[in-house]
Design a protein around this ligand. Structure first.
Ligand SMILES: Cc1cc2nc3c(=O)[nH]c(=O)nc-3n(C[C@H](O)[C@H](O)[C@H](O)COP(=O)(O)O)c2cc1C
Length: 339
């Protein structure tokens, strides 16, 4: 357990070039999850210093094509906002970077971590870890194309035999990247095993730009412990925010010496219904249903009979049916808490 005076000594902010990120606890980009609705709902709960769009293929980002997909939609209240691109061709990614800058992104992030074969197959994401000279060309081309700061999110290496996170970090710093976020698993690991935060510490010691750690943070106190132990400038939270969207707020409360808010069943129900309200108001029914299905898998972690709720929502045919099933699941717990 950290004492309050240890907590008080931890860094609370960092800068991406001229942009102040405070607090230094930020939402990880998650494809299919961190759309504008999810980002706004997290930001409104408080305690989150930076959000990012989902990864977007640079090839799909041209002023013309933008009308067709909404991955880069956002509202002003989300600032500062990172937009994340994946790509492989320096000129093409540089052109997409200019569009992203025109759209109003505060920071552009390049994804060199996605392990999905669909992404690496095209030479994007973690695939660039196998070709650092190409990564350097790409980062330099992007840096030259835009005024906004460019950051890099990456993994520890392609596999255990090719752990090159220190080289990657130095290549990125030399290319003019303003901050790094490391998810310290390999591409081969996917999401298996655990995130080795000693690698975050090693990167922090190797470069002068801010270093953010990403991986396996699901508890407010643990987030602060990792911040201290790794010496990182910030902590990024992904699945932990799907499971417990209050985690950012809880970290802020811990820092103020308060007892962190513990959401009860009524708070959880209210969160899910508010999320569904926004999804249904802003997207077609089918997509709104997919969103709640995506969130529920992680949100139910730790709930009694979690699989029951997960299956019930997954088998729902409409948002209305999902809503009914969610209410039916939570009502007995809410009644028991009142009694
Ligand atoms: C559903 C899902 C989608 C993700 N999509 C992205 C993405 O679009 N871009 C990215 O850089 N990382 C993506 N990630 C990786 C996360 O940003 C994060 O680095 C990783 O999940 C480890 O952190 P966590 O344990 O806090 O979730 C994704 C992870 C998940 C679970």
């Amino acid at each position: 357990m950290l004492t309050q005076s240890e907590i008080d000594r931890l860094p609370t902010e960092y800068h991406v070039a001229h942009i102040r990120i405070a607090p230094n606890i930020i939402l990880a980009p998650m494809a299919g999850v961190t759309d504008s609705i999810f980002r706004r709902i997290i930001l409104r709960l408080g305690g989150c210093g930076l959000v990012s769009t989902e990864m977007t293929n640079a090839a799909s980002v041209s002023p013309k094509a933008l009308k067709r997909h909404h991955l880069l939609d956002y509202l002003p209240e989300e600032r500062p906002l990172t937009m994340q691109l994946s790509g492989n061709e320096p000129d093409l990614v540089a052109a997409a970077a200019r569009t992203v800058e025109q759209l109003g992104a505060d920071i552009l992030d390049i994804n060199c971590g996605c392990p999905s074969p669909k992404v690496t197959g095209g030479g994007h994401g973690a695939s660039l870890l196998r070709d650092l000279p190409k990564m350097a060309r790409l980062l330099k081309a992007v840096r030259a194309a835009v005024q906004i700061p460019v950051t890099l999110k990456f993994r520890a290496g392609w596999d255990e035999a090719s752990l090159n996170f220190l080289d990657t970090a130095r290549v990125a710093e030399d290319a003019g990247v303003a901050a790094l976020a490391l998810h310290p698993r390999t591409r081969e690991q996917g999401y298996k095993g655990s995130a080795d935060w000693s690698r975050v510490a090693a990167v922090k010691a190797a470069v002068r730009i801010p270093v953010i750690g990403s991986g396996d943070v699901t508890d407010a106190h643990d987030a602060l412990l990792r911040l201290r132990d790794s010496g990182a400038d910030g902590v990024m939270i992904g699945r932990g925010a799907m499971e417990n969207p209050w985690i950012f707020m809880q970290i802020a409360q811990l820092r103020r010496g308060e007892v962190p808010f513990q959401p009860g069943p009524a708070d959880k129900l209210e969160f899910l219904l508010a999320y569904m309200d926004l999804c249904e108001a802003e997207m077609p029914e089918r997509l709104a249903l997919n969103k709640i299905k995506q969130l529920i898998g992680q949100f139910v972690v730790g709930l009694p009979n979690a699989s029951h709720l997960r299956v019930a929502v997954h088998q729902s045919g409409s948002p209305a049916q999902a809503r009914e099933r969610i209410e039916a699941y939570f009502t007995p717990f809410i009644e028991a808490a009142i009694a």
